[in-house]
Ligand binder design. Structure first.
Ligand SMILES: [Zn+2]
Ligand SMILES: [Zn+2]
Length: 560
């Protein structure tokens, strides 16, 4: 067992001891030990009990707990306390902002035993009456609960990445000879993840199940048939499917899904599929090429031969939609350019600060546009083998027009047109407003087409077909905004755009240098949409894209 789960179990023990009002000296020593163990530079499991005993801040009784945990997978005192505490109350201990003392009051004085009841109590202002709670604390608890309920156990793909990889490392350490892979929504790179699925193929599934059931790998572990369920520290549900090694690829294929896809593939297989030696073998049996997990949504790519050669991060040669300190960015134009060149190994940067109507984001006045363009000219002379394109993220105004007079629009190399204000509008109105902007000869790219923020804002509805058709008719490129909250154009519409000959542009909308790293999420989303590098504007080299911008400015087709 790693130090982290040991620390986690001790932390829970300290919280429960506090909840049950045990000796405060002992509580502090357990809590301190948990904190300490989490930071140790070596693994406790490799030390003898005597050595653990000697560690500063651990002491005899805690060393005893650790020994018990390492040997049996649990601590009797902890199990006893868990027995005495309703499950919903234990869950409250995981809520940010309420410590065990407050949970004790909520439970004992208000008689609340789960988070649903707690939320209801906040609405009725009941917490304010209890000792130690003010209106502020109540509002904070309500906010946290609302967030948990709104996201309903759902996470952005990017939010699950770190925990998923950590868990994978722990599993690989725990089962060195086993076959272990991600499956489910996570393997398919879905934009929102509600459960992390992992398939584990081992020579002795029974043994693996029993050691997982007593491990502290996850919170609230529960074993049923071949499934080990639990959740990570931040509440992400996990399903580990334990199988015999010989069934691994069959199960990996099945649990990667989605259901519609699995069904459609299996329908094409006439023999029994018992112990396939690889996923390729399964697809071959179905007379298909191996299909990348990202594309396994229903049957959409099953009859598509040949399959698209999916775009990769290193296919991107530049990044087009980004902000600097000229508007609401954190880094200067030069810092953004140098990071792109030196860290991201890109050939060009498009800078698209906000336009003048975006007052909240320090949108550029005409005068500031001219000053910025001077700085770009200066930097372009200085930056060897790298080019900054003069762009702007022009607000699409209420009537669909762009934010500057034509003589200013003319001065940009390219223009990203996006909706930022008055986003509450009916589908027809939104569609008409956006199409008007697409028809503007100065528009190069339609930015984040729906204004959605995944898990928190739905965005305005548009008639996708009409908008994409308008882009095709007017040589306008559509953005796949790579920010993990946005990821629109939604991947479900990429194939329609590609069929219509519309190019896509994968942009991080970076507001600081680290923002460029989001390009990877845009790539994953594009891959799900079956996008190849030929479909992507910023997969073009510097010289190629210069030509494209020139052609667009002279009113010719963008496409090669
Ligand atoms: Zn924007
Ligand atoms: Zn932007």
């Amino acid at each position: 067992m790693e130090n982290k789960p040991i620390a986690g179990r001790l932390k829970l023990l300290a919280q429960l001891m506090e909840l049950h009002e045990q000796n405060s000296f002992k509580i502090r020593s357990v809590a301190n030990a948990a904190f300490k163990i989490d930071k140790l530079p070596y693994q406790l499991a490799t030390k003898s009990i005597e050595e653990i005993n000697q560690i500063d801040g651990i002491g005899k009784s805690i060393a005893g707990y650790i020994k018990q945990l390492l040997e049996t997978g649990s601590i009797t005192d902890l199990e006893d306390l868990l027995q005495q505490t309703p499950e919903g109350v234990v869950e409250m201990l995981h809520i940010k902002g309420i410590g065990p003392k407050k949970v004790a009051i909520i439970w004992n004085q208000l008689g609340i035993e789960n988070t649903g009841e707690l939320y209801y109590a906040c609405n009725e202002n009941r917490l304010v009456e209890a000792k130690g709670f003010g209106i502020k604390t109540q509002e904070e608890i309500k906010r946290v609960l609302e967030f948990r309920m709104a996201s309903n156990g759902k996470f952005l793909y990017a939010q699950t990445r770190h925990e998923a990889n950590e868990l994978m490392l722990l599993l690989k350490e725990m089962f060195p000879g086993a076959l272990i892979e991600f499956a489910g929504d996570y393997r398919r790179c879905c934009e929102v993840i509600s459960e992390l699925t992992i398939v584990l193929g081992t020579r002795d599934a029974e043994l693996a199940l029993s050691s997982l059931s007593t491990s502290a790998l996850l919170n609230n572990i529960n074993v049923k048939d071949c499934h080990v369920n639990g959740e990570t520290a931040n509440g992400l549900l996990v399903d580990i499917v334990v199988t015999e090694k010989r069934f691994f690829y069959r199960d990996l294929f099945t649990y990667t899904g989605n259901e519609g896809h699995v069904e459609a593939v299996l329908k094409r297989i006439y023999d029994v599929l018992d112990q396939p030696e690889s996923e390729e073998f399964i697809y071959k049996k179905a007379s298909l090429e191996w299909i990348a997990p990202e594309l396994r949504e229903g049957s959409s790519f099953i009859d598509k031969a040949p399959l698209p050669d999916l775009i990769d991060l290193y296919d991107l040669k530049g990044s087009l939609h980004n902000h600097s300190t000229w508007s609401d960015g954190i880094n200067t134009l030069e810092e953004m350019a140098l990071y792109c060149r030196d860290e991201m190994k890109l050939e060009y940067l498009g800078i698209c600060d906000h336009s003048k109507s975006a007052v909240y984001a320090k949108g550029l006045s005409i005068e500031r546009v001219l000053q910025q363009q001077e700085e770009i000219d200066h930097l372009n002379k200085k930056l060897d083998g790298f080019h900054i394109f003069k762009g702007i993220e022009s607000d699409i105004l209420g009537d669909g027009s762009l934010d500057y007079p034509n003589e200013i629009l003319e001065r940009f190399d390219f223009i990203v047109a996006s909706v930022h204000s008055n986003i509450k509008m009916e589908k027809d109105k939104a569609t008409a407003r956006i199409i008007k902007a697409i028809e503007n000869p100065y528009t190069t790219i339609l930015g984040h087409p729906t204004g959605r923020l995944l898990l928190s804002r739905k965005g305005y509805e548009i008639d996708y077909e009409k908008v994409i058709d308008a882009c095709a008719a007017n040589n306008v490129v559509i953005e796949i905004n790579a920010n993990p909250l946005r990821l629109d154009l939604d991947w479900r519409w990429c194939q329609y755009a590609i069929e219509k000959g519309v190019l896509l542009s994968i942009n991080p909308d970076a507001h600081r240098v680290e923002g460029f790293l989001d390009m990877e999420y845009g790539i994953l989303s594009a891959r799900k949409g079956g996008v190849t590098k030929q479909n992507c504007l910023n997969a073009l080299s510097l010289n190629e894209i210069k030509e494209v911008f020139e052609r667009k400015r002279s009113g010719q087709a963008v496409k090669n």
